[in-house]
Write a protein that binds this ligand. Structure first.
Ligand SMILES: *Cc1c(COP(=O)(O)O)cnc(C)c1O
Length: 383
């Protein structure tokens, strides 16, 4: 598959087996745990489902690497499996990690509890303050971990600066690009070594599986994959098949999420009951200029505060009809949630408020419905 094709063409064709298997236009599901022995020279090459090398894994790995523009990629049984396996591959006991403040809840807990238990220290820094990065760096610092867009305030770190800082100081740069996807952000082109995703969200895009991705150089991804083979967090072939199917429409879906997201954000920002909106596509967002420079679209995620506080937020959640009160994001169905009750429930309220996350902050994931219907629904609920 020549690389010169554009992203939407690659989404459809990249990585698909040639010649087609038994003539099948779609890569079939290989629901077989083991395979006839070939001439495998290493344990990791033995064909067995846990070793992430079924025909479904191979096709998906090729497609994901082409999409990210990296040499290699590997899928995992969840986004957290990708994150925990990647971090524990890069870091060993005695190492130190610089991490962006305000990480995804599961990652925050992993860094502050599990990694600490393994003898791996960390320092949290702001994503836009190189002086803090330099102050945090120690002789044993091995990696820098950040996110493309933070949850739930949609901050955009100085991603180019972080990648450059890592290159200059010999650190492995890692980015969780779940909220952006390869359609809206090209982390490898910015200089990131490892790109991570919860494929549960936009990459699969249908709210019907959990999966993760690690993409990067062949050397790094091979290391992650060998560790994954021992950890055992491999993706089932049926989930591989569904993810591969979902990926084929990624850029079409992202185009809709980007367009509808901006319309809904603009509607909310202009509404008298709304105190403020956090959406990187709005000029009022503190990181708007950087978002415009780095992103090809602003996505479907946003959060906002209502002038009526918690009472108004509760009423909104109970009144909307097209938004389901559920965590997660990136599917066809629009979702609404209060981060203080879901994604950030585990965080001390003082810490949460210090990060700028109000108790009554409402987060929405704009789905694939018509934006006009979503706006009508919100309009009615806000009245
Ligand atoms: C959901 C999510 C994860 C975790 O992914 P799972 O597939 O639920 O394990 C990690 N990072 C971000 C930004 C997420 O939104």
């Amino acid at each position: 598959m020549p690389r010169a094709h554009r992203l939407q063409t690659l989404l459809v064709h990249a990585g698909e087996p040639t010649p087609k298997i038994a003539g099948a236009v779609v890569t079939p599901i290989f629901q077989s745990s083991t395979f006839l022995r070939g001439a495998e020279a290493t344990y990791d090459a033995v064909r067995y489902l846990r070793l992430n090398n079924s025909p479904n894994h191979d096709a998906l790995h090729r497609k994901l690497a082409v999409l990210e523009g990296t040499e290699a990629a590997v899928v995992t049984s969840s986004g957290m499996a990708a994150i925990s396996t990647a971090l524990s591959t890069v870091l060993v006991a005695g190492d130190h990690l610089i991490a962006q403040r305000c990480l995804y809840g599961g990652t925050h807990d992993l860094v502050t509890t599990d990694l600490v238990r393994l003898g791996i220290e960390h320092t949290f820094v702001d994503g836009d303050d190189p002086a803090q990065w330099l102050a945090a760096k120690r002789p044993n610092t091995r990696a820098f971990y950040c996110e493309a867009l933070t949850n739930p305030l949609l901050q955009v770190a100085d991603l180019r600066g972080i990648a450059t800082f890592c290159r200059e100081h010999g650190l492995v740069s890692m980015i969780d690009a779940t909220f952006a996807t390869p359609v809206n952000l090209r982390p490898h082109e910015l200089g990131f070594d490892l790109v991570l995703h919860s494929a549960t969200k936009y990459l699969n895009g249908h709210s019907d599986l959990v999966a993760g991705v690690v993409a990067g150089s062949t050397a790094l991804v091979d290391e992650v994959r060998r560790r994954l083979n021992r950890v055992g967090a491999s993706l089932d072939p049926h989930a591989c098949f569904l993810l591969q199917r979902g990926l084929k429409t990624l850029s079409l879906r992202m185009r809709h999420h980007n367009g509808a997201g901006l319309k809904v954000a603009e509607f909310l920002a202009a509404h008298p009951a709304v105190a403020r909106v956090h959406y990187p596509g709005l000029p009022s967002h503190p990181d708007h200029a950087r978002a415009r420079e780095l992103l090809h679209g602003f996505g479907g995620m946003m959060s906002f505060e209502l002038k009526g506080g918690m009472e108004a937020a509760d009423r909104l959640l109970q009144t909307v009809e097209l938004f389901t009160d559920a965590p997660s994001l990136g599917g066809p169905e629009s979702l609404v949630t209060l981060p203080s009750r879901t994604s950030h429930l585990g965080m001390e309220p003082v810490t949460r408020r210090a990060l700028g996350i109000a108790d009554a902050l409402v987060r929405i994931s704009v789905g694939l419905e018509d934006a006009a219907d979503l706006i009508d629904d919100l309009e009615r609920a806000l009245r």
